[in-house]
Design a protein around this ligand. Structure first.
Ligand SMILES: [Zn+2]
Length: 305
């Protein structure tokens, strides 16, 4: 695997403790580490006095209490949600109950495309299908708080409803799981879409924010260059799939994962398979790769045309 992305895995933050990486941005780490969440979900507090919370995190009593503790004496007016994976949104009801804040997001969970025959829900039921925002935000919509302004930026790909939030006064972007400093996100069909994900990266590459605050791990510094590296990384991954098929003639997803992901954490094998499927769906749609019927996790693949 090409180590072409300038990863940063230094997050000096203990679970439940609040820090302030820049004026007007506080963050708290939830104690839910895993191969998918790194050290855990990072929730953010925007502003001072009358504040917004971004991504309350999983349903986790200790984390919910730590968040409420961090804003004691203040008023939470808004709760923003980047997407509906279980490590980001199930913490919403408890915070909403305690604060009466309005919940804003792109929309409820949905797949990026229709399910294929025989296709079940993806990775260990990671979706929060109960989530419903009080207010659905469209791309570019602006929300005015007390001393802060948030612009909604639709960024589908990791999920169909993924949304990043630009904090205008601070010139930073809360990037959710779309762009993270510690890793690339899982893009797993049918909830994820590689075509959407690449388009969302291109969209961010035209923005100016130098710093992103992601849903996991430390801040992304020099964000425009980082996003460019992300785009190159996915293009290289796509090229290695095409090269492999050119060499082997025909192959399947387990063989491609083994050939392409050298030194992969075994717990991530299935997720890697889903990412390869996401690339293959895109390549089949473009006619570069052929398969019998629809692209599927069990399919066999060869070069098309
Ligand atoms: Zn996620």
């Amino acid at each position: 695997m090409a180590e072409d992305i300038p990863y940063d895995k230094n997050l000096d933050l203990a679970p439940g403790r609040v820090d302030e990486p820049m004026p007007g941005v506080r963050r708290i780490l939830c104690n839910n580490p895993s191969p998918f969440t790194f050290k855990g979900t990072v929730s953010y507090i925007v502003g001072r006095g009358r504040v917004a919370i971004i991504d309350p995190g999983p349903e986790d009593a200790a984390h919910g209490a730590a968040l409420l503790d961090a804003v004691r004496g203040e008023t939470v007016t808004h709760i923003f949600v980047t997407h509906t994976h279980r490590d980001h949104s199930p913490g919403v009801p408890a915070i909403k109950r305690a604060t009466g804040a309005q919940v804003l997001a792109e929309g409820p969970h949905r797949a990026s495309r229709a399910l294929h025959v025989g296709e079940g829900p993806r990775l260990d039921a990671s979706n929060d299908t109960d989530f419903k925002p009080d207010r659905a935000l469209a791309d570019g919509e602006v929300v005015h708080g007390d001393g802060w302004t948030i612009e909604a930026v639709t960024t589908p790909g990791h999920t169909a409803n993924h949304m990043a939030f630009a904090f205008k006064e601070a010139n930073v972007l809360f990037s959710g799981d779309h762009v993270m400093a510690w890793s690339t996100p899982v893009v797993a069909p049918p909830d994820g879409s590689m075509g959407d994900y690449m388009a969302s990266l291109q969209k961010l590459s035209k923005r100016g924010e130098p710093t992103y605050f992601p849903g996991h791990g430390p801040a992304v510094r020099n964000a425009p260059r980082f996003v460019a590296a992300y785009i190159l990384h996915r293009k290289a991954r796509e090229a290695s799939i095409v090269n492999r098929l050119a060499k082997d003639g025909e192959s399947d997803i387990p063989a491609l994962v083994q050939a392409i992901y050298v030194g992969l954490d075994p717990r991530l094998t299935r997720a890697a398979g889903m990412s390869v499927l996401a690339h293959l769906e895109e390549l089949v749609a473009r006619g570069t790769v052929a398969t019998d019927g629809q692209a599927s996790i069990a399919g066999r693949y060869r070069l098309g045309g």
